[in-house]
Each structure stands twice: as C-alpha cells, then as structure tokens.
Design a protein around this ligand. Structure first.
Ligand SMILES: *Cc1c(COP(=O)(O)O)cnc(C)c1O
Length: 387
C-alpha cells in the first residue's frame, strides 16, 4: 500500500537507544546463569566497570536515578524540617526525592546560558534550615562544581550531583560522578546509556556507599553476599530500607552499554557540531552554549526560540513532518505538586522557549539534513505568521 499523501517524507525520532546482538547475548547469559535478581554478579561487575569512569569511586547500582537521589539524601541524614536547595531547571525527580525524605526542596534559579544552578542565587537562598544542595547537570552539562563545593564547605552543606544526563561529561578535566559528595546517574531509556530503567549512586566515601547499598536492599546485606557464606546467616532488620535494587538482567545490559559509551558520546558530539554549524545563522533560534572547561554529553539538544515565536506552532508542524521534538526540561517551581513558590524567571524562560530536537547516536546524514531543513522551515513559518 502506498503511504497516504500527507505521510511525512521521513520519520526522525527525538531519541532512540542503541542496542545490538551484544545486549541480547548478555541477557541470555543472565537467564542461563540462575541469578536474575538484583545485587548479583552482573550488578557487581557493572559497579566495578563504572568505577573506572569515576576515578575509582564506590558505585552502587540501583533501580533508578530517583532512587539514588533518595538514598543519597537519606545517607546524609536529611529529614523533615530540613531545606535542600535544588536547581530549578530539571526533571522533577530531583524535587520529588527531597520530598520523599520529608524535607522541603527550595528551588534555585539557573544560569541563562547553561541552565545549571546559579551559584550566587544558591548562596542567597541559604537559611539556618538549609542542609544540602542538589546541583543538576542540565541536559548533560556539568554545573559549576568548584564554586558549589566552596559554598557547601563554607556552610557545612551536603552537595549532591544529579548526573542523570551526564554519563561521560567532564568539568575542568574531572569526570561527572567525582564532583560532589554523592553523584546519581540514570540508566533510563532517554539517557546516554540505558538498561530501560536503572541508576548508579557514586561516592568516594566507602561507609556512605555501604549504607546506600543496605538501604537499597531493605536495610540488610544482599542475598547474593549471604549465599556465599557457610552456615545459615540470618539477617537482622535494624533499619527501614527500600527495594531499590537493579536486576542482574538490567545490569548485564548496562555493562554492554558502557562498552558502547565512547562511541555513543562521539556520535552525539558529531550531531551537536553539525547542528551548531547549520543553525548558527538562523536568526530565529539560538544554539546551546557549552560552559567554559566542560565536555557536554548532549543527552538533550535544545534550540532556544526567539521571543514571540510560538513553540506550539513550530512543534506541531515538525511533528506532522515526522521530526520528533519536545520541551527541554521542566521549571520545577511551576509544578503544582510543590505548591506556590517564589519565581525563578530564568528557569521559567528556558522552560517556555527550549525546543529539543532529535539527538541520539542513530542519526545519519540524511536524517540531519531533513531535521535542519524542516526546523528552518518551521521556525521561519512561525516567525512570518505568528499564532
Ligand atoms: C531523568 C532524570 C532523572 C530521573 O531519572 P530516573 O532514572 O528516571 O529516575 C532525574 N534527574 C534528571 C535531571 C533527569 O534528567
């Protein structure tokens, strides 16, 4: 059957994970092994392998980045009555994790160029109740960790890196994951490497890592660890833990994805370079800024639409033409779940004007040509005929 007349010439998804025969074989090996639950041999291998990306830090594999954030805050003793400063421009998992502990997220505005937490605004938001700061590596680029660490040290605050989007990013030559007291990565399908769902908690503090591991397993040592001992060790449940384990099936996929990481990063960086060049002189959009001394992972690539251009109109046209688009991410302070909040005008502006366009490791030259042509036409049409 021929396609209908109005079918797009091409379909280019916003995001697409890269999987191959290697992942299939890795899953089969786990199915055959007899250990498919969490904290088994593949989980341990993933932790060891990821530690190599984080200067040998301790790594705990968990079920999501949100779980990792929750465990990071619990480990720091954050509790009801505390305030935690949170970079406003982020997926609301960050604010949610604070609320899980009973503490209050205090949303802090971001830099207009990088979308990462504004350190001066963070300093101004500190009160006697402030217990910690969660900086977010927005869309895959690191926040300003040197001034953030200095601020945290000065006030005795716990610093967390929400590194959900920044597997493979660097800041001043140091890798994401080593920049704060604890870093939390995501293995969700939209991120740079994925096992469908999953997360990694990273810290240089071995006690902190051990506690996070116990809390991810109901508060006790893993069954796999106990299985190895002689006799019948019976765990004692002394604190209220959670079930935040990553299954060995997911860990096995993530190990293969780690092998792919250098290639996936290079592909995304190539796409970003093509977009930066081809959109550079398109007046209606601004291409992303990479902050000084950092490597971006390009988990999401956003164009900032000029004021007055209807993003809705642009997005509708692009979707009809087969080009996957979305918002960048969220202004947390505008989400009703958190109740009324003071304004974060920069974050609100990025939330309103960012347009994410296709970014992944499976885009060929024809895809890129198509995206550039269609985005150019869509923003020009919207500029010429405002909604
Ligand atoms: C995706 C994302 C999260 C949540 O990650 P999950 O693994 O889905 O829990 C948290 N923070 C940021 C900045 C994200 O982009």
């Amino acid at each position: 059957m021929p396609p209908p007349d109005d079918a797009p010439a091409r379909v280019v998804p916003l995001s697409k994970p890269t999987f191959g025969e290697e992942e299939v074989q890795a899953i089969r090996a786990v199915l055959d092994s007899g250990w498919v639950a969490g904290q088994g041999p593949r989980g341990a291998e993933l932790e060891e392998r990821f530690a190599c990306w984080c200067d040998g830090a301790h790594v705990v594999a968990v079920s999501s980045c949100t779980a990792a954030l929750h465990l990071a805050l619990l480990g720091a003793g954050i509790t009801a009555g505390d305030e935690v400063l949170v970079a406003d421009y982020t997926y609301p998992a960050t604010g949610h994790a604070v609320r899980y502990t009973g503490a209050e997220p205090v949303f802090v505005d971001v830099r207009p160029d990088t979308g990462t937490i504004d350190v001066d605004a963070a300093a101004a938001a500190i009160t006697p109740r402030t217990a910690g700061i969660i900086a977010v590596d927005a869309l895959g680029q690191c926040a300003d960790y040197d001034p953030l660490r200095a601020l945290a040290e000065r006030h005795g605050l716990f610093l967390v890196e929400d590194a959900a989007c920044s597997v493979g990013a660097t800041y001043r030559g140091r890798p994401a994951g080593t920049l704060a007291d604890v870093a939390c990565f995501s293995l969700h399908a939209r991120k740079g490497i994925t096992s469908g769902e999953g997360g990694l908690l990273v810290t240089h503090d071995s006690e902190r890592a051990a506690r996070a591991r116990r809390l991810s397993c109901f508060g006790v040592e893993s069954a796999h660890a106990r299985q190895a001992s002689i006799g019948l060790p019976i765990p004692m449940f002394e604190e209220l833990g959670y079930n935040y384990k990553l299954s060995d099936l997911q860990a096995a996929i993530a190990i293969v994805q780690l092998d792919r990481l250098p290639t996936l990063l290079a592909e995304r960086r190539y796409v970003a370079a093509v977009y930066a060049e081809r959109f550079d002189d398109l007046e209606e959009v601004t291409v992303p800024v990479v902050g000084e001394e950092r490597d971006h992972t390009w988990q999401t690539y956003v164009l900032t639409l000029a004021p007055g251009i209807s993003r809705e109109q642009v997005a509708q046209r692009l979707r009809a033409r087969g080009v996957g688009v979305n918002i960048g991410t969220f202004a947390s302070h505008l989400q009703p779940v958190y109740g009324p909040r003071p304004p974060c005008p920069v974050s609100a502006d990025l939330f309103a004007r960012h347009l994410a366009i296709p970014m992944h490791a499976n885009l060929d030259e024809d895809d890129l040509d198509y995206v550039v042509t269609e985005v150019t036409a869509a923003v020009r049409a919207a500029a010429a005929a405002p909604a």
